[in-house]
Design a protein around this ligand. Structure first.
Ligand SMILES: C[S@@+](CC[C@H](N)C(=O)[O-])C[C@H]1O[C@@H](n2cnc3c(N)ncnc32)[C@H](O)[C@@H]1O
Length: 427
């Protein structure tokens, strides 16, 4: 049996059964199985996850007993087989079918005939099967076409209208570029570009910020330069937000939801390790990881500790020059990197999450000194979690003035979907 498909199957099955994250599960299985073509495994895992509802739309017409009655094992194998036939030009159809049958023989007793029959049926009848485009209901149509949960589709249609929703969905299904943030504590862009080139990685400067390089080539995390802390992997949107926030040398910054530390580290680099950054997160494991990251990057001005950001630290009230409030969110801006987010249930259009976000923001605002700055940000595309939270906050806190705020979108900005808003506390 092909080790690459076996590895992809194990990742996808775990994701189906346990809601495991694609990147974590993929890395774990790549390490364990050591497949000869990790690129193929990655393409299959991300492709099947990105197109799950689209694939199921066709499979539902081919499995007579219905997909709901199918166990996770044959369903996963069928999705993989159909994805290879539909989207992977490098795989001949017969190989996609044969390899799927072999997987079924190994992993789902008695189901090999079903897998063979369904995939061959698709090949024979593909021109006569109903297509997602023909579905009348617009929410269902877009949901199948682009594979997004109906609740997300409906919310975006309400907030963005049909054309922009389509554009956002299309861009969200594309493979994102690898972006890295140059660490000025250890190197500069030109030196790093040259060193990466020696590793067969082409890095070019971003047009929007000098701190970001866009890379192509080998796995960037396997390089010596990464282990030496010359860069971090971070999307440009987060860097643009931090640049707009303008951290200054000697600032006292409080970052209330800091892990894994991307924004805190970016501030430390800009501040050249001066001043102090107090970083909180809810989870001890994440704090430890952040401390390791600081060590790798040579960052020495971050004090990281476990703290619940909804609870006030009285001793810090009115102390900070700047406060970062990068709250937990629905993550709809990063589906290019974590496609499983497309199928998460978003209850009440994210308004329940917005209550937690507002509570964290209101607590964080208390740490800002007079004349200081507060930044609220999310990696989502949802007005309720973004401008909705800011309106509610400013409605109750007239001592803050609204500054620059921006919703970045993958279709128009080429970045992850990201929202940030700067507010200044009056004297
Ligand atoms: C969007 S992530 C922050 C990303 C981070 N600022 C960065 O740039 O790398 C949100 C973080 O908030 C943390 N979190 C969730 N609820 C929290 C709470 N009540 N108090 C503190 N941190 C919390 C999560 O563990 C998660 O690490």
């Amino acid at each position: 049996m092909d080790i690459n498909r076996k590895t992809a199957y194990k990742v996808l099955l775990r994701m189906e059964q346990t809601e495991a994250y694609s990147n974590i599960e993929l890395n774990a299985q790549l390490k364990q199985e050591q497949p000869d073509s990790p690129g193929f495994v990655r393409e299959l895992v991300y492709g099947v996850t990105e197109r799950r509802l689209y694939l199921d739309f066709f499979l539902a017409q081919l499995v007579s007993r219905g997909l709901k009655k199918l166990k996770a094992q044959p369903l996963t194998i069928l999705r993989m087989g159909l994805y290879q036939i539909m989207f992977m030009d490098s795989v001949p159809d017969y190989a996609a079918v044969d390899e799927s049958v072999q997987l079924a023989r190994r992993y789902c007793f008695g189901q090999a005939g079903l897998v063979n029959g369904v995939l061959r049926n698709y090949q024979r009848n593909k021109d006569t099967l109903k297509k997602p485009k023909s579905v009348k209901n617009v929410v269902k149509r877009l949901s199948y076409e682009y594979s997004f949960a109906p609740c997300i589709t409906k919310m975006w249609l309400d907030q963005y209208g049909l054309d922009r929703t389509r554009e956002i969905m299309e861009a969200s299904n594309e493979t994102p570029p690898v972006m890295i943030r140059v660490n000025p504590l250890k190197t500069d862009a030109d030196t790093l570009i040259a060193r990466l080139e020696e590793n067969e990685i082409q890095a070019v400067r971003s047009e929007d910020t000098e701190r970001i390089l866009i890379c192509k080539g080998k796995n960037i995390l396997d390089t010596m330069e990464y282990h030496q802390g010359l860069f971090s992997v971070q999307d440009e949107a987060s860097v643009l937000a931090i640049e707009a926030f303008k951290p200054q040398p000697e600032d006292l910054i409080i970052d209330v939801c800091a892990a894994p530390g991307g924004k805190a580290m970016a501030c430390a680099e800009i501040m050249n390790n001066t001043g102090k950054i107090i970083a909180f997160d809810l989870y001890d494991k994440k704090i430890k990881h952040m401390q390791e990251e600081a060590y790798r990057l040579g960052v020495t001005n971050i004090e990281a500790s476990v703290h619940d950001a909804t609870k006030l630290k009285k001793e810090l009230v009115g102390q900070a020059d700047r406060v970062i409030c990068d709250v937990p969110c629905s993550g709809l801006g990063v589906v290019r990197r974590k496609p499983e987010i497309k199928y998460k249930k978003l209850t009440n259009d994210g308004k329940d999450l917005a209550k937690l976000q507002l509570s964290i923001l209101e607590t964080a605002a208390k740490y800002v000194k007079e004349g200081g700055q507060l930044m609220y940000s999310t990696c989502t595309i949802n007005a309720n979690e973004n401008t909705g939270v800011i309106s509610a906050f400013l409605g109750k806190h007239s001592n803050f003035n609204l500054g620059r705020n921006r919703q970045l979108l993958p279709n128009s900005d080429g970045t992850d979907g990201f929202y940030y808003c700067k507010m200044k506390k009056r004297y």
